[in-house]
Write a protein that binds this ligand. Sequence first.
Ligand code: PA5
Length: 436
Amino acid sequence: MLRVDFTNIMSSSVSDQHGIAEADAADLASKTTKAHAVFSRWRESKDAIFFDMVSDSQIAAGIMEEAHRTSEDFENVVVLGIGGSALGLRCAAQALLLPFWNLRDDKARSHRPRLFVMDNIDPDSFSALLAELDIKRTRFVVISKSGKTTETAAQFFIVLEKLRKAVGGSWQKNMAIITDPKDGDLRPFANKEGVVSFPIHPKLGGRYSVLSAVGLFPAACVGIDIGGLLSGAKAMAKRCGEPDMERNIAYRIGGYHHHLERTKGKSISVMMPYSDGLSVASEWYAQLWAESLGKGGLGQTPVKALGTTDQHSQVQLYMDGPNDKVFTFLRVESFRSGARDTTVGSPSDHFGYLKGKGLGEILNAEQEATAGALAQAKRPNITVSFPTLDAHHLGEFFMLYEISTAFAGALYGINPFDQPGVELGKKLTREILSKG
Ligand code: PA5
């Protein structure tokens, strides 16, 4: 079970001016009651369908069978998608696949495909990838909820042409499509051409979709334990059903961030995992937090960092710069590799304190030290601990932050499920491209 340590966000650690104080409790409690009612209505209207869908025992139906076929027939899976259609999967792959997955040989990958998530349209990367892969042995998974996203559409048309050339009349088996059941251009295309497809619930927004076919199908293709992801998410949804903030860790996270931003000037939320496996978790979080809450002049700017790397890059600012941030550390108590090959044996006298210490122990000591140092400098922070980095705990994490974000949206009084601010840029892109 994930553990969240709130000690360093409380005023007893970082002062009344910068932390959550006794005096804030009444205000938080009354706002929580109202926000919980809003969140409950969102569950009923299915706007917050991410919360209940993980309890649907049918959610993985069909996915496993097709994923099994994919891993038997293909040596590469290439995902075409962007934003919420890519980040959750990238996070799961980074956390749960063996490190350097694509560099490992077939046996080390347990005969599963390599995975490439193409969530940008840089021509150098895209052409290099297509040139490197054996297209015939590649399955392209096209993911777009709306079926209207320029970047994914451009990738799709390029790939379609290449597939038709390389594979001929049976190119359909090299593709899978994940999109809305009715809307957009991809659905009629999938139906007409007989391409395998999975629906995304019409009310499920991209950044809340990692535990739908969007994240689960490609994850299952490379052997990620999707049952574990779902069981973790379900356990967290159950754990965070309580209306009382004190008994609901998701409400505490969302509520404390909102409160510190609104009343104590913490306009920035830094997430800093101390684990390479969790390095994309902060990217996933940044999108969720920014796109859900940045509305109507409100919101809190998310920043991604990585421990210990960014101790040597950003922590000077965090300790000594403006006190306008709230920090979230992620840590892993027990690393998969244990202390195998990564224990310091015979250091010089100067580094005697490292003798017998594994890299995981050093990493976690540095996380504890950074959190403690920030608290001493009156910088509020919380620590989320993963007992181990596995599918169940990652599923818990996804659900924890989806609930926290939606709850913060209820506190801000905004709709955390839409993204009206990105429309104008899309329209202007279409106009610019239509001229040329
Ligand atoms: O979270 C969101 O809704 C967005 O980030 C979308 O996922 C992103 O814009 C891609 O949209 P689509 O899946 O419709 O191609």
